[in-house]
Design a protein around this ligand. Structure first.
Ligand code: ZN
Ligand code: FE
Length: 256
């Protein structure tokens, strides 16, 4: 049973950086390294020494800080084996089901391809935390840049099966826009309407709508709800395979 401290901070134009700190050992992991300077500043502010970067996927806005941060801190860079060739400074190449230790905390690697071919998420079962990069967003999901709808749907199903209390941290804050789209797909969802109002108020205050939880996403996120009769009816896809319904929601979001 570990008790991790979390620090989430906005970085680049619309990314989030997250630090995970195990006070008992002093170990600290950054989820991705979008920007070296801003990551080092966050570490300085907290007084934490970086031991690891946990890379979710190879995109530049998640790895741009790797080389400088590794040089400045001597941290170990962990990342998906399937994208190792395009992750600067990678030391430890991980695959589905493997465990990464951050001091006394344990993260399980879950392969969640779709946004990129080798994208991974990091799940800390003892802490009810999951870091999903650009696979799932609050009320949204990542674009299918290197995978098809069937692949992404099977990744989302793995995340949806985590305990509902699990706190979910994402790579970006797109929640307000995601809610506007979601309401076009499932306007009769009262929980979604309440979430949209909450998120709009938070956006007005400049406050993050993240982290979210698996429970909240199951109730509001159209990309996790292709089995919803209301959604299937609206898309005229009653009785179709769930990955096909998911794919149609993704296509509509791309055009939104
Ligand atoms: Zn990305
Ligand atoms: Fe990204």
């Amino acid at each position: 049973m570990s008790r991790l401290q979390i620090h989430q901070f906005p970085t680049r134009s619309d990314n989030y950086g997250v630090l995970v700190h195990d006070a008992s050992s002093g170990a600290t992991a950054a989820i991705d390294a979008p920007d070296a300077e801003e990551l080092l500043a966050a570490l300085h502010e907290k007084g934490w020494a970086l031991s690891h970067i946990l890379t979710t996927h190879h995109h530049h806005d998640h790895t741009a800080g790797n080389t400088i941060v590794k040089r400045m801190t001597g941290c170990t860079i962990v990342g998906p084996a399937k994208e190792a060739g395009s992750i600067p400074g990678i030391d430890v190449k991980v695959k589905d089901g493997e465990t990464v230790e951050i001091g006394s905390a344990k993260a399980r690697v879950i392969e969640t391809p779709g946004h990129t071919k080798g994208h991974v998420s990091y799940y800390f079962p003892d802490d009810d935390l999951v870091f999903v990069g650009d696979t799932l967003f609050s009320v949204g999901c990542g674009k299918l840049l290197e995978g098809d709808a069937k692949t992404m749907w099977s990744s989302l199903k793995k995340l949806a099966a985590l305990p509902p209390v699990t706190k979910l941290y994402c790579g970006h804050e797109y929640t307000n826009n995601n809610c506007r789209f979601a309401l076009t797909v499932e306007p009769e969802n009262d929980t979604l309407r309440a979430r949209a109002a909450e998120v709009a108020a938070l956006a007005e205050e400049g406050e993050p709508a993240l982290p979210t939880t698996i429970a909240q996403e199951l109730a509001t996120n159209p990309f996790l709800r292709p089995s919803s009769p209301a959604i299937q009816k609206r898309l005229d896809m009653e009785g179709r395979e769930l990955w096909e319904v998911f794919g149609e929601i993704r296509r509509r979001k791309d055009r939104f």
